[in-house]
Design a protein around this ligand. Structure first.
Ligand code: ADP
Length: 618
């Protein structure tokens, strides 16, 4: 591009859509555009600071790292200037003409579905938010690179933008927001001062408004708890998390051993991933003595704690630690371990102090705890203790914990029993629960699809094995007395079982008379070593070969149908076989095992036909 030429380009389609939403649909909290621009300025300064550590040649190298904001009521403008890294021509096109951030794309999708706009900051719609108040925005910039050009970018936010060269830009970026008449308030000093104090008080560089310093740059995480008010915690949370809501939990702690740590960690009010925003980047920044090392450090906390926001400051880190070496550093691993443990203990404490509040947290964030159980065996026990669920000993939607279960275990009971199903009702009505109920054995009810997987990964809690109550191989004690009266004799049972084994040989691993059932005639149990239903679905989804799973059948020799089957098997073998197959198919279905739906209904039709042709009662 020659010095005098001006270049006009179109926005990418996605940017146009985004601008359309920003201009026409986001009416609340318009003022946050100022926060967004300051935050961009702060990022640009931060990047410059890091660049200066390694580069000798930096354009305008002696400029201070600060943000200057000026307002002009007559011209109806607000101008945000930073001496950060600035942008080259190519970067201007890339950064302000396209949407490179997957988060912004997710935002677009969500907006189309009508999601609340107060999550705007979390997506990084950042710069474009200025069009909530602007009729035109100019960006004057010069990159930190000596050879960069002096540039001006301009757009009215409609269809495109122009870039031309202008003389004498300083390093960094100067954003001139030309306000719409109805939003002239943002050119007033007092109004802008209030906004900066509210949203940008904790920016790590001086923010000056019309020449006067506004923010305090206070590292509140280094202060003793007693010197920080709830209001300050909230403000700081909203600042670091780009949030508008209140933090659900605030944990502020410092330790000297084994590592010097000051941490201020927040759980947001809502789980952004549950709102459909996709996996979030790590949200706890790493500092060393107030100096930001990394805004989104990987490996500082386990991935499943990515919902946390806040700051961790450790004096033990070398100041010049690079992001790359950080991930492999033994020190960071140690920090990770200490902080994770500490945080899980904090949650455990909260669950005791305010069970209702904890329940609300659990409703929104338990998915992360479950992810942790699968991903971090070292933290399994603490994580498992944080799970809440209904059980056969709780009423309605009341919940309990594994510790509560263990406390209630019957004398002689060795294992923790659980069932996973779509709902409490479905589990209670199913065939797997009744044998446990009859013996007064508690069964924990889990109702999320991931639970089967998670509980199998967990295996045990405080030395007690976790056992799925739909598996074969559980030894139950004899019931004190026969609750349903009549039963098949030993000999009859033997005859029926051996006939069933030969008749059903192609479908099931084995048939036995069992003690599990009370009301149901038959149940299909998953062999001890077979993958559960969810595992099988996952294996299939991943294109793996799913091993054929043959269930073990248990029959209930007290059930009228089974008793009738015993005599039918002697008088009308073919009909008895049809009935046995139907019962088996239903038991397999209840167990979540594959059956051929076509064959089941065909078999049912044949059976009914046969029955209706029978003279008299069947
Ligand atoms: P985000 O801040 O989430 O990345 P924005 O739309 O606010 O999204 O900004 C897009 C990109 O434009 C930024 O990632 C950055 O590279 C660049 N940018 C924005 N403001 C500045 C600035 N003041 N100085 C340098 N680069 C900037």
């Amino acid at each position: 591009m020659s010095k005098t030429e001006s270049e006009t380009r179109e926005f990418h389609a996605e940017v146009r859509q985004l601008l359309d939403i920003v201009i026409h649909s986001l009416y609340t909290d318009r003022e946050i555009f100022i926060r967004e621009l300051i935050s961009n300025a702060s990022d640009a300064l931060e990047k410059l600071r890091l660049t200066q550590l390694t580069e000798n040649e930096v354009f305008d190298g002696d400029l201070p790292l600060e943000i200057n904001i000026t307002t002009d009521e007559t011209a109806r403008t607000i101008t945000i200037t930073d001496y950060g890294i600035g942008m080259t021509h190519e970067e201007l096109v890339e950064n302000l003409g396209t949407i490179a951030h997957s988060g912004t794309k997710a935002f677009l999708e969500k907006m189309k579905e009508g999601t609340r706009p107060d999550v705007i900051g979390q997506f990084g719609v950042g710069f474009y938010s200025s069009y909530m108040a602007a009729e035109r925005v100019e960006v004057f910039t010069h990159s930190w690179r000596e050879e960069g050009e002096h540039l001006r970018w301009e757009s009215d936010g409609a269809s495109g933008y122009t870039i031309d060269e202008v003389e004498g830009q300083r390093r960094g970026a100067r954003i001139v927001v030309h306000l719409k008449e109805e939003h002239e308030e943002f050119a007033k000093t007092d109004r802008v001062k209030g906004i900066i104090e509210r949203y940008s008080n904790f920016v790590g560089f001086p923010v000056n408004l019309n020449g006067e310093r506004v923010n305090t740059v206070e590292a509140i995480w280094l202060k003793p708890k007693s010197d920080v008010s709830e209001e300050q915690y909230k403000e700081f949370y909203q600042f670091t998390a780009h949030a508008m809501d209140e933090p659900r939990y605030t944990m502020h702690f410092s330790a000297d051993a084994p590592l010097a740590i000051n941490a201020l960690l927040f759980v947001p009010g809502e789980n952004a991933e549950r709102l459909g925003l996709g996996a979030q980047p790590p949200g706890v920044a790493l500092y060393c003595r107030k100096v930001l090392i990394d805004q989104h450090p990987e490996g500082l906390l386990p991935e499943w704690l990515r919902f946390l926001r806040g700051v961790i400051d450790s004096e033990d880190l070398p100041l010049n630690i690079s992001r790359e070496s950080m991930q492999d550093s033994a020190l960071v691993r140690k920090l990770n371990e200490v902080l994770t443990k500490r945080y899980l203990k904090f949650l455990d404490k909260q669950s005791g102090v305010d069970p209702e509040g904890y329940r609300e947290f659990h409703d929104r964030f338990s998915r992360f705890l479950k992810e942790g159980i699968v991903a971090s065996p070292a933290h399994q026990e603490l994580l498992a203790g944080l799970l809440r669920f209904g059980s056969s000993m709780t009423e309605g939607d009341e919940v309990t914990s594994l510790a509560g279960y263990v406390d209630r275990m019957k004398e002689g009971q060795e294992d923790i029993y659980y069932l996973v199903g779509p709902s409490r009702e479905a589990i209670e009505k199913g065939p797997f629960f009744e044998g446990f109920r009859a013996r007064g054995l508690e069964v924990a009810f889990f109702t999320e699809a991931v639970d089967e997987y998670v509980l199998e990964a967990l295996r045990e809690y405080k030395g007690k094995k976790l056992v799925a109550a739909n598996r074969a191989g559980i030894e139950l004690e004899e019931l004190p007395e026969d609750p349903e009266g009549e039963s098949l004799s030993g000999e009859e049972t033997e005859g029926l079982v051996s006939w069933l084994n030969s008749t059903l040989d192609d479908r099931v691993a084995r048939v036995d008379a069992g003690k599990r059932l009370v009301k149901h005639p038959m149940v299909a149990l998953l062999p001890e070593d077979a993958p559960n239903a969810q595992m099988r679905t996952m294996m299939a989804a991943m294109g793996q070969e799913v091993p054929e799973t043959k269930a073990k059948l248990e029959i209930n020799v007290r059930h009228p149908l089974i008793r009738r089957l015993s005599s039918l098997q002697e008088s009308q073998r073919d009909l008895a076989a049809m009935v046995a197959r139907q019962l088996t198919d239903h038991a397999l279905l209840s167990a979540g095992l594959e059956v051929n739906a076509g064959e089941v209904s065909e078999g049912m039709a044949e059976l009914l036909e046969e029955l209706l042709e029978q003279p008299g009662e069947v």
